[in-house]
Design a protein around this ligand. Sequence first.
Ligand SMILES: *[C@@H]1O[C@H](CO)[C@@H](O)[C@H](O)[C@H]1NC(C)=O
Ligand SMILES: *[C@@H]1O[C@H](CO)[C@@H](O)[C@H](O)[C@H]1NC(C)=O
Ligand SMILES: *[C@@H]1O[C@H](CO)[C@@H](O)[C@H](O)[C@H]1NC(C)=O
Length: 457
Amino acid sequence: MAVKLLCLGLLLAQLGPSRAKQQTCLTSASNCDECMQSGPECAWCTAPHSNVRCHTLKGLQRAGCRKRYTYNSQGGVQVVRNDSSSEPVSPEAVFLQPQEFSLRLRPGVRQSFPLTITMPTGQHTAELAMDTTPVPAGVNVTFISSVNGNLLVVQVNVEAARCPSESDDSSQMQNRTGPWSVHITPRGFSQSVKLEITLECQCDCTRNREENSLGCSGRGALVCGQCECNKPYFGQQCQRDTDLFFSSNEDACRSGPNAPVCNGRGKCVEGFCECENRVNPTERYTGQFCECSNFDCPYHNDRICGGHGRCECGDCLCDDDWTGEDCSCSMETASCMANNQKLCNDRGMCQCGICVCEPPYTGPTCEDCPVCQGPCQQHAECVECRAFGTGAKKDRCDQECGYLIVTMVETKQDVPQTTAFCKMRSRDDSCVFYYTFSNLPSEGRSTVVRTKECRPN
Ligand SMILES: *[C@@H]1O[C@H](CO)[C@@H](O)[C@H](O)[C@H]1NC(C)=O
Ligand SMILES: *[C@@H]1O[C@H](CO)[C@@H](O)[C@H](O)[C@H]1NC(C)=O
Ligand SMILES: *[C@@H]1O[C@H](CO)[C@@H](O)[C@H](O)[C@H]1NC(C)=O
């Protein structure tokens, strides 16, 4: 089948200066209408709280706007009347089908639809010009036709360049966006097709205003996903109150009624403290009212927190094994360990790695006792009770003198390698006895001479 392409007719209406196609959408568009008009590729996100509203479909998708929240009307064509021919085609008339269309035109988006023209009997299908009644400024109607047997199929393209701007003549939107009726008539015939054209310059969603929407804190209308706040409220969800905001602005930055704004360490911006920077970049003020810092902490040895912790809001948080206000105190105890493997000889507390000895003991591990009695006197009563069962401790000997291991010998000469004897006068019998004493860490050893020296006074 031979298909001949015929250009039948061009239209008419002169069109506004053609605008360079915008490559980017007006991302700063303040509402859906403005966005849609910024370019045919632009879409609007109606999702609540969306940060990106106006972008290309892809851009919105990237920004996380779900499909169901994407508004991107492309306009459309509807067939209003499509009567079939019941009567035989008359010799002098063409038959047009469909007979009536309704068009919604989004500027920049072309609408196309076919028109079937049945020529009068006997007439050859030939070039046929199409006449159009005046179209609104900025609207372009063009035709491409092809022959299909005795039918002429005309593709009608309708496109609007742009929405009328506010400064256009007509003051009312109704006049500026239609609907307008346009009739298309094959030249030389009386039958015509009617187009009802409307410019889509307003987003559908603007008609679905939700007044006092909960999404707008009940203080504004939700329009196309955005809040239009009632006065004096503002904010993404109309959550803020201009009056309150400006009057209590500074007070919101005080920790107390008379406290300085941001503790004098920052400035109050929209009710929130912005703490000032320090010259030293590692030093920072923090906290709701800049009340904290990471450098106002105790120092030890010229180092903050002794170099063993970090400073948080005036307090040292010490590293493991360190304690104290300034983290100067080691919890390590090796330095407190005495030769007998007892911390501070059991005579003191190990604090910060240093023995704090109970009086009268002194020394690094509390081994010294300058004022203590010598070992002879110190252990004499235990030696006596252990060796002879007499003396001051005879009734408490087991409890108090268990540490003492006593070896009895008969005479002084039986004591091996003796340097010096201790000498003790027993209160019970006024006799003197001799013994040696050696002080080992965990026990005492004494060698006692059994033979007492008893001299009548
Ligand atoms: C109009 O009606 C004809 C049948 O008479 C049908 O073939 C055609 O698809 C219809 N066109 C439209 C656009 O509905
Ligand atoms: C109208 O259509 C003609 C022919 O296709 C084209 O050259 C012209 O640029 C169009 N004008 C507008 C404003 O779309
Ligand atoms: C706009 O349309 C209204 C009717 O819809 C009409 O009364 C008015 O005169 C029109 N204005 C202009 C400037 O055409």
